[in-house]
Ligand binder design. Structure first.
Ligand code: NDP
Length: 254
């Protein structure tokens, strides 16, 4: 098959957690543009529905599902809803995440648990629910959003729980990849550097420093992650599993 055709997702079924805005929304656009039916999974149903509506321009089927990825019952219900609507699931962009900036010695246990619950436990619950369906199908690609913070310690902002959660996502990814490779289910992770979204753009005091410390001298845009995720979602990456892909404008070089 022509290499460019292998990037197409025509007829594939995808869902994206934290898909209503930010990086998740940009990836949703890429999947829909490539021909996949896309379900937007998020906490806020109104915003998820709005994003799903925007995807309709690509003439694919879309769906919005309200889900808290930290709640097993929500995640299982989401999976049932998506399977009922789409019939199968080929691609998951497992992306919902938050960051709380607090000095380690002052962080409450509640704050620690909230970050780990969404960024790590949520990623596991979603991967497990999708993995079960994919094992039955004997095919699928899961892309977990980690971060360059799983590789380095950011500064000046204190975010030990976030960094720990993202490092864990990278190892969880490798573990799932090894377990599920015999079932033709691939699992990889994406480690972005600083990307301009609601998560980062509100931290106006830190942006000049982040830019200075990035060899490319700027933050990335969500759309600059589309290519690598499309690669991982599509059949072009058929021999790629258990890998982490850093896209950070060179930040981790220094
Ligand atoms: P945003 O804050 O813009 O978007 C995150 C989305 O996740 C929101 O729609 C949010 O919903 C949703 N979400 C949060 N908690 C839950 C939950 N419990 N269940 C379901 N959905 C939830 O963040 P980004 O787009 O910037 O980040 C996306 C991912 O990329 C995260 O995992 C983040 O850690 C990672 N990342 C981001 C980087 C960056 O520089 N922006 C760099 C490296 C990694 P709501 O709005 O309703 O809260």
């Amino acid at each position: 098959m022509n290499i460019l055709d292998q990037f197409k997702l025509t007829g594939k079924k995808a869902f994206i957690t934290g898909g209503a805005r930010g990086i998740g929304k940009s990836i949703a656009m890429a999947f829909a543009q490539a021909g996949a039916d896309v379900a937007i999974v998020d906490l806020d149903l109104d915003v998820a529905q709005q994003t799903a509506k925007e995807l309709a321009q690509f003439s694919v089927n879309t769906l919005a599902v309200k889900t808290d990825v930290t709640k097993p019952d929500d995640v299982n219900a989401m999976m049932t809803t998506i399977l009922n609507a789409f019939g199968s699931v080929d691609i998951v962009f497992n992306n919902a995440g938050i960051c709380i900036n607090v000095n380690a010695e002052e962080m409450t246990y509640e704050q620690w648990r909230k970050v780990i619950d969404i960024n790590l436990n949520g990623v596991f619950l979603v991967a497990q629910a999708a993995g079960k369906a994919m094992i039955k199908q004997q095919r699928g690609s899961i892309i977990n959003t980690a971060s360059m913070s799983g590789h380095i310690v950011n500064e000046p902002q204190p975010q030990c729980a976030y960094n720990a959660s993202k490092a864990a996502v990278i190892m969880l990814t490798k573990s799932l990849a090894a377990e599920w490779a015999p079932h033709h289910v691939r699992v990889n992770s994406l480690s972005p550097g600083y990307i301009g979204t609601e998560m980062t753009l509100k931290a106006t005091q830190w942006i000049p420093l982040w830019e200075k410390r990035t060899p490319m001298g700027r933050m990335g845009k969500p759309d600059e992650l589309q290519g690598i995720v499309l690669y991982l979602a599509s059949d072009v990456s058929s021999y790629t599993t258990g890998s982490d892909f850093v896209v950070d404008g060179g930040f981790t070089c220094w």
